[in-house]
Each structure stands twice: as structure tokens, then as C-alpha cells.
Design a protein around this ligand. Sequence first.
Ligand SMILES: [Zn+2]
Length: 168
Amino acid sequence: MANNSAASSSSLKRKATTPARDIGIYSVQCDKCHKWREIDTQEDYEAIRSRILEVKFECNKKEGMSCAVPGSLEYDSSNIWAVDTAGLPTTPSGFKRILIHRIDYSKIDAYYETPTGEKCRTLKEVEAYLSAHPEYSYALIEEFSFKVPKMMKDTIHVKTPEPTKESV
Ligand SMILES: [Zn+2]
């Protein structure tokens, strides 16, 4: 991915072999050597993503990592990639941001799981939840975003099924 815009300097992707439709691997591209580095947890990834416009990611931000270490991730079709938006807020504690891609990889849908296990699929639903649960008033509506990562079509290779005998 040459010519990286700020928006695509953080990215997440999933393994094509993972049966689940959620994100398998979070990764961020080093601003210096442009290698992709795997980020272990969604929390760490979100923290990097929220600040990446001000604090560029470099390999040495990851413990034990440096630009000299060969990369283990390539932006290619061995995985399906989705590029995230830089600067999105970190999810308030107790809540979880869930990203699920459509079966045909056409797009990703986002929702938030609340501390009490409900699903919020729109900002309106989040707002309603927060006003009904003053105990979570530490969570600000600005900390929720339904901006979803963009599926990178050039990394999607969906096999068309072989025609069955009946259809020939
Ligand atoms: Zn580097």
C-alpha cells in the first residue's frame, strides 16, 4: 500500500481461513519502514488508532519490536483486509465494539455491545441506552462511532462454487 493516507495507516484484517465473520488480526503500518505489525488486542489497537494522527505508529512502539525485524504480514490476498479510519475514539470501558463482515464481503457492519449485554446498532440506540443507564454516564456519545472499515476489494478472492451435476 504505497502512498498511505492517514486514514489507511491503521488497518485491520481477518484471516481468510477464519470461519467467524469478525476481525481476526489487528495490524498497524509502521510510519518509518512501512511494515505491518500485528497488534495483540482490540483495546491496544483502538488506543493506537485513536491517536495515530498525532502520534505516528512505529515498530518500536510495540514491545520487543523494531524496524529491523522482518515483517510477518503482507498486504496481499492471503488475507482479506479492511482499512480503518484513523482517529476513531477508543471504546468506553465496559462496552465492546463489534465488527462483522457480510458473507459476500460487500461491507462491514458495526455495533456496540453494552455492559449489560444489549446491542446498539445506531447512535440513537446508544443515546437511548445511556440515558436509560445513568450508571454508565462516564461513556460519552462522542466515544461511539459507527464508521466502519472499508473492505479492500483487491484482497478478496471468493471462490465461485463448482456447478453441481444437477445444474449442468
Ligand atoms: Zn518500522
